[in-house]
Design a protein around this ligand. Structure first.
Ligand code: AHG
Ligand code: MN
Ligand code: MN
Ligand code: MN
Length: 337
């Protein structure tokens, strides 16, 4: 294809995932592709509601509190309902875990499938009313061999996920996905209603120039985090300090980190003993993507993807991004012990 001509051979997400599945040969049943099609549909549906939110009275609070003690926004509840309905109807799921639902949903009967999906239906709720980027995060497990599909199928280390991704609702809707063979980014062509491959084989630069923390929590931070942040803000003579970028939507902060490099962190601290971000549907999928893009994801002392969850809503400290930046942070934790 010529560079100066319109592209007539676009690669849709479905086409791309199918071609990846073909490479696996007989092992692939197409079920994962169908599940990912359902997830794509939810992202398109949520994206269109996000675009219209201000116009159709979809901003503001829903009036209920979720299991984390957060006041739910209308879009949190709507996005959750969209995902539960679509994932159940796909016929490919057995267990669903959502930030907005206290208990896991176990699919029974004729709709039951072999995959489990853990998700944050709407990430960055505090940014909705200002029109700032928000997103959806998801992780996918295959039920364990011999399992009938129950809670134990999602209380497994993130390294056992078969796919993970997010969709960012920004100036365009971007879906970033890994099925365990690298990371690819797709942009929604709203006229076609298709996600088109626009960011093939995303690799995080080995070192970045940006740090992304909520420094408003500095007075609660533990010493290794304080020392690390000081080291990048007050570097040795001749080196430039890092730039700060913090949106407050994990999807947007991680998206930028994947593309530009640097480090994103939400530490545990004196106030939040396990940090803020949730292991299953925030930390695991983002750690999976980060590692697949060549970066690192740690709690400061251990690899996030190795954690074995005991509770579907548990939290964990998160530091992820460029390999060399995360290694620097880990060094501060080692020196502190
Ligand atoms: P959610 O909107 O799904 O509850 O997630 C909010 C998370 C995450 O998006 C972000 O990284 C973090 O909370 C921001 O927290 P602070 O406002 O404490 O910085
Ligand atoms: Mn929330
Ligand atoms: Mn979130
Ligand atoms: Mn959320």
């Amino acid at each position: 294809s010529r560079e100066d001509q319109p592209n007539t051979d676009i690669i849709t997400l479905t086409r791309h995932v199918l071609s990846e599945q073909y490479k696996l040969g007989a092992a692939a049943t197409g079920d994962l592709t169908l599940l990912l099609t359902a997830i794509q549909t939810t992202s398109k549906f949520i994206a269109t509601n996000v675009r219209k939110a201000r116009l159709i009275n979809l901003v503001g609070l829903a009036g209920e509190t979720n299991v984390q003690g957060e006041e739910q926004k209308k879009l949190d509840v709507l996005s959750n309902d969209i995902m539960i309905n679509s994932l159940r109807a796909s016929g490919k799921t057995a267990v669903l875990v959502s930030e907005e639902l206290e208990d896991a949903v176990i699919i029974e009967g004729r709709y039951k499938g072999k995959y489990c999906v853990v998700f944050d239906p709407l990430d960055g709720s505090s940014n909705i009313d200002a029109g700032v980027n928000i997103g959806t995060i998801f992780g996918v497990y295959h039920i364990a061999p011999g399992s009938d599909g129950n809670i134990s199928d999602v209380l497994r280390p993130g390294s056992e996920m078969v796919a993970a991704g997010y969709t960012m609702y920004g100036s365009s809707a971007n879906l970033v996905l890994s099925t365990g063979n690298g990371v690819n980014g797709y942009t929604l062509d709203a006229a076609l209603g298709e996600f088109i491959l626009t960011h093939p084989n995303i690799k995080i630069p080995p070192r970045g120039k940006i740090y992304s923390f909520n420094e408003g929590n500095s007075m609660y931070f533990h010493p290794p985090v304080v020392s690390y942040l000081n080291s990048i803000k007050y570097p040795p003579a001749g080196k430039a300090p890092y730039s700060a970028r913090y949106i407050g939507s994990m999807v947007a902060d991680v998206h930028r980190t994947l593309l530009y490099g640097g480090i994103f962190g939400y530490p545990d601290d004196k106030k939040s003993k396990s940090g803020k971000l949730r292991l299953l549907y925030e930390a695991f999928p983002m750690a999976f993507l980060t590692e697949q893009a060549g970066g690192l994801a740690t709690t400061g002392t251990k690899r996030i993807l190795d954690i074995v969850p005991t509770n579907i809503h548990e939290r964990c400290p998160v530091f992820l991004g460029s390999k060399d930046d995360v290694l620097d942070l880990i060094r501060f934790y080692k020196e502190a012990n």
